[in-house]
Design a binder for this molecule. Structure first.
Ligand SMILES: NC(=O)c1ccc[n+]([C@@H]2O[C@H](COP(=O)([O-])OP(=O)(O)OC[C@H]3O[C@@H](n4cnc5c(N)ncnc54)[C@H](O)[C@@H]3O)[C@@H](O)[C@H]2O)c1
Length: 286
């Protein structure tokens, strides 16, 4: 018996990299999968490759059930086609993993409007476009689980990724709201910050880690997130790399206010330790 028997999952950008590994593992655990992939290059150009169908063929060869969907998630109408594909093929949807993504890394000054729009469109608008109809369906049909893919480097900031970080922090903000709005309908919402060697990162990760952090090592953590093993959890952000799983959180300093007075600049200088947090080790590659 599989952990996801009877469940239906939509996974965007599942024609390769991390999404393919999630699709293979969830299918192995009994879920029926809508494998979405537009099939373009890492920077989002092109499209139309049979990437999604290849993963569907792999799932079927292993005895699972899956259908391919080649929609571009960045467009509201075609993003909505993913719910239709799940309902047409399998009659329901229980799990959505928003995973599709592209990169156009350049320093901020060199990032032109096209690079900005393309990256924000796929990650942030794509998450909106696919999630909106799925969230509405889950709300009316007993709930579900949604994982939205952010990025540790996007949330913390990374040189040359202004468009990507803006989009990925936006995904995190959207997830937090969806977790609050979805709670009373049984919709659990996660933010995932993965790190693994894929075509997006093979030239970015340190070589000794790139060899080790294969994407299949992250898939069990994603299975945990969508399974009943995590039925009590929502609104959390999980960082998952090839060698560590850890929660990420926004933290607050202890806080300061001078009674009924309005604080002066000197008050703020004098109460630095009450306002700011002590420096801690940055999140990094280990
Ligand atoms: N690999 C990492 O270390 C890492 C780190 C942080 C975040 N992420 C995020 O994880 C996700 C998966 O990335 P990956 O590393 O597996 O890269 P990948 O390039 O192997 O996979 C991304 C997939 O998304 C598809 N895609 C792109 N634009 C699309 C669109 N408009 N519609 C439908 N599909 C589209 C691509 O064709 C590709 O197959 C991305 O959101 C990425 O930003 C990855």
């Amino acid at each position: 018996m599989g952990m996801l028997d009877g469940k239906v999952a939509i996974i965007t950008g599942a024609g390769g990299g991390l999404g393919r590994e999630y699709a293979l593992l969830l299918a192995k655990e009994g879920a029926k999968i809508v494998v979405n992939d537009y099939g373009g290059s890492p920077d989002g150009r092109g499209g139309g490759s049979p990437a999604a169908q290849k993963v569907v063929d792999e799932i079927r060869a292993a005895g699972g059930q899956a259908v391919a969907n080649g929609a571009d998630v960045g467009d509201v109408a075609s993003g909505a086609s993913l719910l239709d594909a799940a309902l047409d093929a399998f009659g329901r949807v229980d799990i959505l993993i928003n995973n599709a993504g592209i990169l156009r890394d350049k320093s901020f000054v060199k990032t032109d409007e096209e690079d900005w729009d393309a990256v924000v469109r796929v990650h942030l608008k794509g998450t909106y476009a696919v999630t909106k109809p799925v969230f509405a369906w889950m709300k009316d049909n007993g709930g579900g689980v949604i994982i939205n893919t952010s990025s540790a480097s996007g949330l913390i900031g990374n040189f040359g990724q202004s468009n990507y970080a803006a989009a990925k922090a936006g995904v995190w903000g959207l997830s937090n709201v969806l977790a609050i709005e979805g709670a009373r309908f049984g919709i659990r919402v996660w933010t995932l910050a993965p790190t693994a060697t894929t075509r997006l990162t093979e030239n970015l990760l340190p070589p000794e880690l790139a060899a080790k952090w294969r994407p299949h090592r992250l898939a069990p953590a994603v299975l945990y997130m969508v399974s009943d093993a995590a039925a009590h959890l929502t609104g959390k952000t999980l960082s998952v790399s090839g060698s560590k799983i850890q929660e990420l959180r926004l933290v607050a300093g202890p806080g300061y206010w001078p009674g009924d007075e309005t604080p002066t600049v000197q008050d703020i200088v004098d109460n630095y330790d009450k306002i700011f947090l002590p420096e801690t080790a940055p999140i990094g590659f280990e």
